[in-house]
Design a protein around this ligand. Sequence first.
Ligand code: HEM
Ligand SMILES: *[C@@H]1O[C@H](CO)[C@@H](O)[C@H](O)[C@H]1NC(C)=O
Ligand SMILES: *[C@@H]1O[C@H](CO)[C@@H](O)[C@H](O)[C@H]1NC(C)=O
Length: 316
Amino acid sequence: MAIMVSFLCLVLMFSLVSIGDSLSLNYYEKTCPHVDFIVAKAVKEATSKDKTVPAALLRMHFHDCFIRGCDASVLLNSKGKNQAEKDGPPNISLHAFYVIDNAKKAVEASCPGVVSCADILALAARDAVFLSGGPGWDVPKGRKDGRTSKASESIQLPAPTFNISQLKQSFSQRGLSMEDLVALSGGHTLGFSHCSSFRNRIHNFDAKHDVDPSMNPSFAAKLKSICPLKNQPKNAGTTMDPSPTTFDNTYYKLILQGKSLFSSDQALLTTPKTKNLVSEFATSKDAFYKAFVKSMIKMSNINGGQEIRKDCRVVN
Ligand code: HEM
Ligand SMILES: *[C@@H]1O[C@H](CO)[C@@H](O)[C@H](O)[C@H]1NC(C)=O
Ligand SMILES: *[C@@H]1O[C@H](CO)[C@@H](O)[C@H](O)[C@H]1NC(C)=O
């Protein structure tokens, strides 16, 4: 009996520590076999009408996973006095929530009450990358949706002003390595940034420099003209790279030329290990794709959540 009990304890302990690995590729094989296809269809339809959708979905999944794990907390609406994550300060440019709503509706029509919003978002992020010409992969599933979303927690996201030690800490707190940091930052091959996210680098950078000296001067001049110190147009900004709807390795080539937007992008050159990875990914799209897929699966595994939400915007 004692042996039996201690064996059970061991099994329980093991399953607790390995919770992040409890996802599986065939999780909905019996209960919702076509879930991948249904979500992909919704993402494809939305993308054909609005080219900014894939970038939005990829970033949404990243924000979700970095706060309380990948539990769809980013999708919850504010309610009563509680301000949700999506209404917190770094929510700037989070959009296309309707795409997840449409995917959820289509999934519920086929298999009601079984697929989590967190899984739908993880699938949609994969589809976003693939539809943009990036790599494809099988998404492990079985996430649960959380019941909590707090605007005050969105400050736990890494900021674009972060240096390499701050980035390292933010990623390692979530079980992610420096290789994951470099590979996942490659998400910045898609989408758009507002001036506020790189302003620190082009005006009053520090006591000695107006502009970040690690920035290519003509690139900095271009950004200054888009984002003047005074009378900046509302919503002004620039695309993350010159091909913002194509998932490629241009991002890494630009970092090496001093043409990345954020301090956090440029920071990848400040340790030998991360710099070598930037050079490797700039040279080889295949190496980048391989590393990106591996790190996305790792990031999408950060666990949290308890229920299968009926409506992705509200707890059951
Ligand atoms: C390493 C830490 C990271 C920082 C500091 C960071 C910061 C930012 C910032 C400030 C923006 C621009 C927001 C705006 O001005 O509108 C942005 C955009 C974006 N980020 Fe990140 N990010 C990081 C990691 C990631 C990761 C891991 C991914 C996904 C794998 C990602 C995907 C994106 C995408 C796709 C956009 C464009 C969004 C759009 O166009 O709607 N980022 N990021
Ligand atoms: C972002 O948060 C602000 C409040 O901090 C809110 O007014 C705004 O509507 C939010 N934007 C989105 C897209 O949710
Ligand atoms: C990064 O920034 C933090 C906070 O400002 C600072 O304490 C630290 O020394 C910086 N590290 C590097 C490598 O610059």
